[in-house]
Design a protein around this ligand. Structure first.
Ligand SMILES: NC(=O)c1ccc[n+]([C@@H]2O[C@H](COP(=O)([O-])OP(=O)(O)OC[C@H]3O[C@@H](n4cnc5c(N)ncnc54)[C@H](OP(=O)(O)O)[C@@H]3O)[C@@H](O)[C@H]2O)c1
Length: 295
């Protein structure tokens, strides 16, 4: 039995499907029975509960040979670090109670830094908590920026006819599709062939700037001249607040953009075949385009 947190999400859904296709028994976790229903139909057993509920997670991890974990959030979270800490502590409590042998954690480039990285600092905290587990084999998958982040840009593109963020336009950044992360996670959860604490970077097929990704997306949505504009910290904050982000999370995103621009969120091992994954932004852009057309 393999337990998957965030099973209705971008990574989780695909991961559950991959595990089921490989003949694994899967326990899929989420907060809503109806959202989990499609995975139940595919053959997963589903459990409904909150990811910061230690008693729920202790039940959900019982008898699992391996567990996939992440720290989810939403844009309106009033205190991001408090929410992430509550989830992280609940996860570690449940792993410890069950003596779970193998756990995969979706982490991020930059998670080696304790602070000054916006939302990524909470992944540093969680990596530290997981390192404190005795006898548990922990695999931290540190990804670059997710292609799926661009779903959040579609509204602005629709309204303003441009894409904007505080990240510098021409800075090459490792970007990855969550399905590539899910493929790596599925193989690891099935093989359980790592020992101790292992950090693995996943960088996508190539580094890509925001300007280039915007251009590729523009081509797919019939706007080949779609521009990327770098926003000031103040304008970025205003844009995020206008889009419904809490002041706390808006501030953390601006801090993250500054950390990226200063070159502090980076691969530590450098790109090599083992951390380069296949899905290109061009392969993913049709999904973004479909979501854009449906808006
Ligand atoms: N964005 C990036 O560039 C980046 C980079 C590195 C790492 N990460 C990590 O990757 C994660 C995102 O991965 P993903 O795209 O696969 O996940 P996702 O689709 O954003 O979310 C996974 C699931 O989390 C649950 N969820 C959403 N909001 C929640 C909330 N407020 N409280 C509790 N559960 C909530 C939802 O399930 P239910 O509503 O059905 O429960 C959702 O399906 C981030 O949380 C971050 O930790 C992100």
């Amino acid at each position: 039995m393999i337990t998957v947190m965030g099973a209705t999400g971008h990574t989780g859904q695909y991961l559950v499907e991959q595990l089921l296709q490989a003949g694994q028994q899967v326990r899929a976790l989420g907060r809503s029975a109806s959202r989990l229903q499609p995975l139940a139909r595919l053959g997963a057993s589903v459990l409904v509960g909150e990811p910061d509920n230690a008693a729920f997670l202790t039940r959900a991890f019982r008898d699992a040979a391996a567990v996939y974990t992440l720290l989810p959030y939403d844009m309106q979270v009033p205190d991001y670090y408090a929410m992430q800490r509550a989830q992280g502590e609940a996860i570690v409590h449940a792993l410890r109670e069950n003596g779970t042998g193998h756990v995969v954690f979706h982490s991020s480039l930059g998670a080696e830094l304790p602070a000054g990285t916006g939302p990524i600092a909470s992944m540093h905290e969680q990596e530290t908590r997981l390192r404190g587990l005795n006898g548990c084999n922990v695999l931290m998958l540190r990804t670059g920026a997710l292609f799926e982040n661009f779903y959040g840009a579609l509204g602005v593109i629709k309204q303003a006819g441009l894409n904007g963020d505080a990240v510098a336009p021409d800075l090459p950044i490792p970007m990855i599709a969550t399905r590539d992360l899910a493929d790596v996670a599925a193989k690891a959860l099935i093989a359980r062939d790592w020992h101790g604490v292992v950090v693995r970077e996943l960088l996508g097929p190539c580094d890509l700037s925001y300007a280039e990704a915007t251009r590729l997306l523009g081509e797919r949505i019939g706007q080949p001249d779609l521009n990327y504009v770098q926003l000031t910290a103040e304008d970025m904050t205003g844009a995020l607040l206008g889009a419904g982000f809490s002041p706390n999370l808006a501030g953390l995103y601006v801090e993250l953009a500054q950390a990226i621009n200063q070159g502090r969120i980076k691969s530590l091992e450098g790109r090599h075949p083992g951390n380069t994954t296949p899905t290109r932004f061009e392969d993913f852009a049709p999904e973004l385009a479909a979501a854009y057309q449906a808006m």
